[in-house]
Design a protein around this ligand. Structure first.
Ligand code: KG4
Ligand code: ZN
Length: 348
């Protein structure tokens, strides 16, 4: 066994449309490999579950081999444990990662740790440089914004998570993807809308900011409908500037709501630290708005480096390493939709 506080872990992530593997020592990343399936799903405008499983099967072995090789590990048995995302996600996709993790661990006589995908995202705020590792578990509010989730989570320590509010319908990333599809900009929508928004006027159109009523729940489906109605009435924008203005106005509505609710969650929990994690935390408009608000309202704000905002296995490995160091026992329970709160009580 290596340094008990820095267990060396091979981690796999296959919950959606990224096949990823990483080797970590604690929260230090020794390698991180991500194979994206974006091109496979692009013609369909969203993730097709059967295609995702098939693609994970094709990619998982080369991705694991590359992660081991880049970390200079010649045999899994040199490590302390294997970790894998056990849910939530597409069950067929999760099973690919889980079965490979189980197979490798059993061949090498290692334990396998199942990790909740959102606990992984929470740990992503501690990845990337030597200064960050301790920060992921400092008490904070995590704004988890991805294609499948929009949640405010009070993180009080390892395994101590309280969901303060979540979306009632679409996730923020899902809204980006649906609006992008309606605008003919393809999948995934976040990066392309983010790019157009940078050159547009956020005040060009007044789109709704839903549920700014003092609660911590979100709703993005009304905003998506407002864009669809706008397109029906006014037609598709016929200039590049018109498209940029529409993207900027949509993004401003999303960002306003996320910033306002994140601030409310900080006040409610008396926390002075906010982490934004998940694919949408890569958004330039959101990062800038949160950083500016943090300066004004004097709270500490962290986002992962861009490459660790989207799905990756390094965050899964870091979460597992923390659990191992804290004495959690091993085990995997595949699930499609268990919440972070439900997973916190498992296996301590
Ligand atoms: O965390 P992630 O990789 O996968 C899930 O767990 O869902 O998040 C993917 C989501 C997609 O909806 C994608 O459109 C969105 O993150 N996304 C962005 C940006 N980059 C990715 N949304 C807004 N701005 C971006 N720059
Ligand atoms: Zn994710």
């Amino acid at each position: 066994m290596s340094d008990a506080s820095q267990p060396r872990v091979l981690a796999l992530e296959s919950s959606c449309d990224e096949t990823a593997a990483a080797v970590v020592a604690g929260s230090t990343i020794l390698s991180s490999v991500v194979s994206s399936q974006i091109e496979v799903h692009q013609p369909f405008g969203g993730v097709v579950p059967e295609l995702a499983s098939r693609e994970h099967l094709a990619q998982v072995v080369p991705v694991v081999e590359a992660a081991l090789e880049r970390a200079s590990i010649s045999w899994v048995g040199e490590l302390d444990a294997v970790a894998v995302t056990e849910g939530p996600g597409l069950v067929g996709a999760l099973l690919v990662g889980v079965q490979v993790a189980r197979g490798l661990a059993s061949a090498a006589g290692l334990p396998v740790f199942g990790v909740h995908h959102l606990e992984g995202h929470v740990f992503s705020a501690g990845l990337g440089d030597d200064e960050r590792p301790a920060r992921a578990l400092e008490p904070h509010v995590a704004l988890v914004v991805s294609g499948g989730h929009t949640e405010l989570v009070a993180v009080r320590g390892l395994g101590r998570y309280e969901i303060l509010g979540a979306t009632r319908d679409d996730a923020a990333g899902e809204a980006y993807d649906k609006v992008s599809k309606a605008l003919g900009l393809g999948y995934p929508g976040g990066p392309v809308i983010d790019r157009f928004a940078a050159g547009g006027d956020p005040a060009a159109h007044a789109f709704p900011r839903a549920m700014l009523d003092g609660g911590l729940e979100f709703s993005f489906s009304g905003l998506k409908t407002a864009i669809l109605v706008h397109l029906e009435r006014q037609g598709e924008p016929d200039t590049r500037q018109g498209l940029a203005d529409l993207c900027a106005s949509f993004q401003a509505a999303v960002v306003d709501v996320l910033v306002s609710k994140a601030c409310l969650a900080l006040r409610r929990t008396a926390a002075d630290r906010l982490h934004a994690v998940g694919g949408v935390a890569a958004n330039r408009g959101l990062r800038a708005a949160l950083a500016e608000t943090a300066r004004r309202e004097m709270f500490t704000f962290e986002v992962p480096p861009l490459r660790y905002c989207g799905d990756n296995a390094a965050m899964i490995g870091a979460a597992a390493a923390a659990r191992i160091a804290a004495g959690y026992s091993a085990g995997v329970e595949v699930h499609a939709s268990r919440t972070l709160e439900e997973s916190k009580v498992l296996r301590l």
